[in-house]
Design a protein around this ligand. Structure first.
Ligand code: DQA
Length: 142
């Protein structure tokens, strides 16, 4: 059974409450049930933290073991060379996801330190982006 780690960064614990016109009305914990039902053949592991070091620790802990990492690092996307280095350090292929279309927003959201370390990026498709990333990683052969 393939195992895929979904990582959400800061403020994504507030999905459903946070700026719903941008991020929607659904909590991630609720969405996780849907995505788990959608992919019964995959072991989905989920981790959310508001702390950069904890995100890095989780990438180190599971990044040599899982078959893929789906990462939405929130605002750390635009600032964190350390998370980018962690993705480079581990063996699991990663896909970067953003719920909103960051390219249609403020210019500081246009650059990602993570994209170059990922197989691909899904941007602006709402929560569906996570499904697409999981589907890709299920098919991906190292
Ligand atoms: O926290 C987030 C969420 C986000 O990663 C997204 O999913 O659209 C986009 C980031 O710019 C922002 O800081």
């Amino acid at each position: 059974m393939k195992s895929i780690l979904i990582i959400n960064g800061p403020n994504l614990n507030l999905l459903g409450k946070r700026e719903p016109t941008i991020y929607g009305n659904r909590s991630f914990v609720d969405y996780l049930k849907t995505i788990e039902a959608m992919f019964p053949e995959v072991q989905l592991r989920y981790f959310q933290s508001n702390h950069e070091g904890e995100l890095i620790d989780k990438i180190h802990e599971l990044g040599f073991e899982v078959d893929g990492i789906v990462i939405n690092a929130g605002a750390y996307t635009h600032t964190s060379i350390a998370i980018a280095d962690a993705l480079s350090a581990v063996t699991a292929p990663a896909v970067e996801v953003h719920i909103s279309n960051v390219h249609a927003r403020e210019s500081f959201r246009h650059h990602s330190y993570l994209s170059a370390k990922c197989k691909g990026v899904v941007v602006g498709l709402g929560l569906m982006g996570y499904e697409m990333a999981v589907r890709y990683l299920m098919m991906y052969e190292k």
